[in-house]
Design a binder for this molecule. Sequence first.
Ligand code: AG3
Length: 271
Amino acid sequence: MRFVERYNGSGLILDVERLIYEFRGIQNIQIFETKSFGKMLVIDGKVQFTERDEAFYHEMLVHPVMMVHENPRRVLVIGGGDGGAVREILKHNPREVVVVEIDENVVRACRRYVGIDRGALDDERVGIKFEDGFKFVRYCNTHFDVIIVDGTDPNPVSQVLTSREFYDCCARICEYFVTQSQSPFVQSEHFKSIYRNAKFKNKAVYLGFVPSYPHGLWSYLIGSDVRDIFIDLEVLRERFEERGIETVYYTPEVHVSAFALPRWVKDVLSK
Ligand code: AG3
C-alpha cells in the first residue's frame, strides 16, 4: 500500500505496511505503520510526524526558544497533543508545562498507538487541557516564560493560531514565543502571513530539515516583545552543557546557523 500527500502538483510517497488506527472526529486522525519511516501520524491527509524524523522537527521547534531563556520554568504548549514537543521541553527541567490541545483524540491515539512522548505526558509537571488554544491565551492572566505553538497547517480548526489577535495575546503573557511556520517553498503564502501577523518587537525566522514535511525544508518563527532573540554561541554552548541535553539534530552550532536564510527565503518575506 502507498500513502501519498500532495502539495500543488508535487508530493510525498511513503510505502505503508498497514493502517493501524483511524478516527474521524473534529479532525481525521490516522496512524500508519510505514515501511521505512516507522509509525506515522496523519491528520486530515497531512503528515504530522514519522518516528524516523520527528526528533528533527520537535528539537528544532523546542530547543532554540528554550535555550535563549536563561531559566525557563513555566512553559505553555498549544497543540502538540502527540507529546513530542513536551518530551524535548522536559530536557530543560522546567517546573510546569501546560499543554492546551483542542483534540483529545490526538492525545489518546498517540499515547495508545505510538508513544513518542516516552512518558512525558504522564510526568507530574505536565498538565493537559482539552480546549481551544486561542480562547485559552485570550483569557489567560498568568505568565509563561515560553509559549510553543505546535499546530497543523492552517485549516478551519487551526487557522486562528496564525492570526494577529492570537499572536498579540501570546505576546502579552510570555517572554519568548515560537511557532512552526510552514514550508517557505510550497506554502509561501502561509509562511508570509505568519511572519506578518506575528508583530513581536523582536522576531526572526529560522529553518530546519524535516524529510517527511513538504519537500523537507521547514520554517519556525521566534518572537519576543521584551527580550533579545540572538544569543552568543558561547552562552548557548555553556547552557547546553549545563543542562546536559541530549539530541539527535539540535546543537548550539546548528542553532546559530539555522537563522542564516537563503536569499530567496528573505525575498519571500520582504515581498
Ligand atoms: N505540526 C506541523 C506539521 C505540519 C506538516 N504539514 C504537512 N505535512 N503538510 C506537527 C505536529 C507534530 N507534533
